[in-house]
Design a protein around this ligand. Structure first.
Ligand code: NAD
Ligand code: UDX
Length: 457
């Protein structure tokens, strides 16, 4: 039996530890966070994040061998294995601002571990970190050799996607564990492998050296985002040429070398990871004297910004080049379906763009309105938040679908159309609606990468 601690009870720390605790009843798993409110929410009936299936896993393990606590110091002292799952946002100040990772939370955690450890520990990087951060972690942890406490540092990056986190954790494509090839490094890797082996087949557990573990995580996110930017780039050309992006994506994706997933053209990718991790990769390339490699990956982010701006421009142009004073209903605030998370959400970027054009905006979303309000800051005062999509669309000139929630595809658009200002517009930023049907109802329909279906030229 091991005592496992996780520092950071966020979108990764919470679900990951819940699944470990569920599958390893022999281990005690504690999650701590500097944010006491968040810990209180993890201990309540209303969890701090929305994630399908999370409630059930928490119900099974919480209080049995899963605990959410705020006494970080005592928990560090008691732990054998410490996962560090703190936030590593893009730096907003100083050198590398706008690109490099801000490592202040991560370093604080490392120093806390050092200060409160009296027995040997395995420290596991769960956060996404720049390559060679484990080395810095080791240096901090082993900076007081006189104390006689030995630390092994392991890289175990997380590949879960929000909205499917529990499924991804229960049935991962792979688990990646990077470690040193010293005898104690190898033993530490084996201890982490043993935890995952409780429910993940051994052949899906990949062990690498530390640096490969760190870089593989950044590279995987860059490749995934690159596919979206690639299909979005083609979607712009579709709109100019009369080709249909759904047909093109299908034709591309049936090539078994390419595969069908992550080829959904959209208003752009969002989420806390893709943009941050690619910019981090770009910064690393520049830092290591590889400007061509940096420029190559930066283009994935630039294309994503272009796609979001382009969506706003299409709306403006279709609506006779002015949206000032027009009520527009934004369907979706979350960065993707099945999450309440709005970090880097394209929905909020489109919202800001339309506010600049002085549109009157109403946002509807089943789970993300609170986060949207917080993320919009002062701009939120100029936006209405309405949980009912039918009410949001009442009296609107246009609807923009910005999150691919299934419930938006199942609404009664005939009833919605009746209550809208005419001509009524619908902009499908996720290609989830039946465009021909909407056109028959009277809507002027604009989708991503498809010829417009308008009732006038
Ligand atoms: P988050 O912001 O939701 O959670 C991080 C938590 O760490 C916060 O609650 C914060 O209060 C806490 N924290 C920070 N410093 C602390 C300290 N010293 N002591 C105690 N608590 C502290 O972030 P997240 O989305 O869970 O991401 C965590 C890491 O995992 C990031 O590096 C991210 O890149 C990576 N990651 C995220 C996802 C995802 O889908 N969100 C997926 C894979 C990897
Ligand atoms: C991503 C990675 O998938 C995951 O492995 C990593 O651990 C964290 O970052 P996440 O950001 O939670 O996960 O969700 P993901 O499903 O990757 O979607 C990211 C964004 O891309 C969303 O805005 C989504 O709507 C968009 N997307 C995804 C598309 O626009 N088209 C697609 O085909 C797929």
């Amino acid at each position: 039996m091991s005592s496992i601690l996780c520092i950071g009870a966020g979108y990764v720390g919470g679900p990951t530890m819940a699944v470990i605790a569920k599958n390893c009843p022999q281990h005690r798993v504690v999650v701590v966070d500097a944010n006491a409110e968040r810990i209180a929410a993890w201990n309540s009936a209303r969890l701090p994040i929305y994630e399908p299936g999370l409630d059930q896993v928490i119900a099974q393990a919480r209080g049995r061998n899963l605990f959410f606590r705020t006494d970080t110091e005592a928990q560090i002292a008691a732990a054998d294995i410490i996962f560090v799952s703190v936030n590593t946002p893009t730096k907003t100040f100083g050198e590398g601002a706008g690109r490099a990772a801000n490592l202040q939370y991560w370093e604080r955690a490392a120093r806390q571990i050092l200060e409160h450890s009296r027995t040997p520990k395995i420290v596991v990087e769960k956060s996404t970190l720049p390559v060679r951060t484990a080395e810095a972690m080791e240096r901090i942890l082993n900076s007081q050799p006189g104390r006689g406490v030995h630390f092994d540092v392991i890289s175990n990056p997380e590949f879960l996607a929000e909205g499917s986190a529990i499924h991804d954790l229960e049935h991962p494509d792979r688990v990646l564990i990077g470690g040193k090839s010293t005898p104690s490094g190898r033993a530490a890797v084996e201890q982490i492998v043993a935890i995952y082996e409780s429910w993940v087949p051994r052949e899906r557990i990949i062990t690498t050296n530390l640096w490969s573990g760190e870089l593989a995580k950044l590279a995987a996110n860059a490749f995934l985002a690159q596919r979206i930017s690639s299909i979005n780039a083609i979607s712009a050309l579709c709109e100019r040429t009369g080709a249909d992006i759904t047909e093109v994506a299908h034709a591309i994706g049936t090539d078994s070398r390419i595969g069908p997933r992550f080829l959904r053209a959209s208003v752009g990718f969002g989420g806390s990871c893709f943009r941050k991790d690619i910019l981090n990769l770009v910064y690393l390339c520049e830092h290591h004297g590889l400007p061509e490699v940096a420029a190559y990956w930066e283009q994935v982010v630039l294309m994503n910004e272009y796609q979001q701006r382009r969506f706003g421009s299409v709306m403006l142009e279709a609506m006779f080049n002015t949206v000032a004073g027009k009520r527009i209903a934004l369907f979706g605030a979350a960065f993707k379906a099945n999450t309440g998370d709005t970090r880097e959400s394209p929905a909020l970027n489109v919202c800001r763009e339309l506010l600049d054009e002085r549109a009157e905006l109403v946002i509807t979303d089943p789970y993300a309105l609170d986060n949207a309000r917080a993320d919009l800051g002062a701009a939120a005062e100029r936006v209405e938040f309405e949980p009912d999509p039918y009410k949001a669309a009442q009296g609107a000139h246009a609807i923009a679908i910005l999150t691919e929630w299934q419930q938006f595809a199942e609404l009664d658009y005939e009833a919605i159309y009746r209550d809208m200002v005419k001509p009524a517009f619908i902009f499908d930023g996720r290609n989830i609606l039946d465009h021909a049907q909407l056109h028959r109802l009277g809507f002027n329909v604009y989708a991503i990468g498809k010829p417009p279906l308008a009732h006038f030229d």
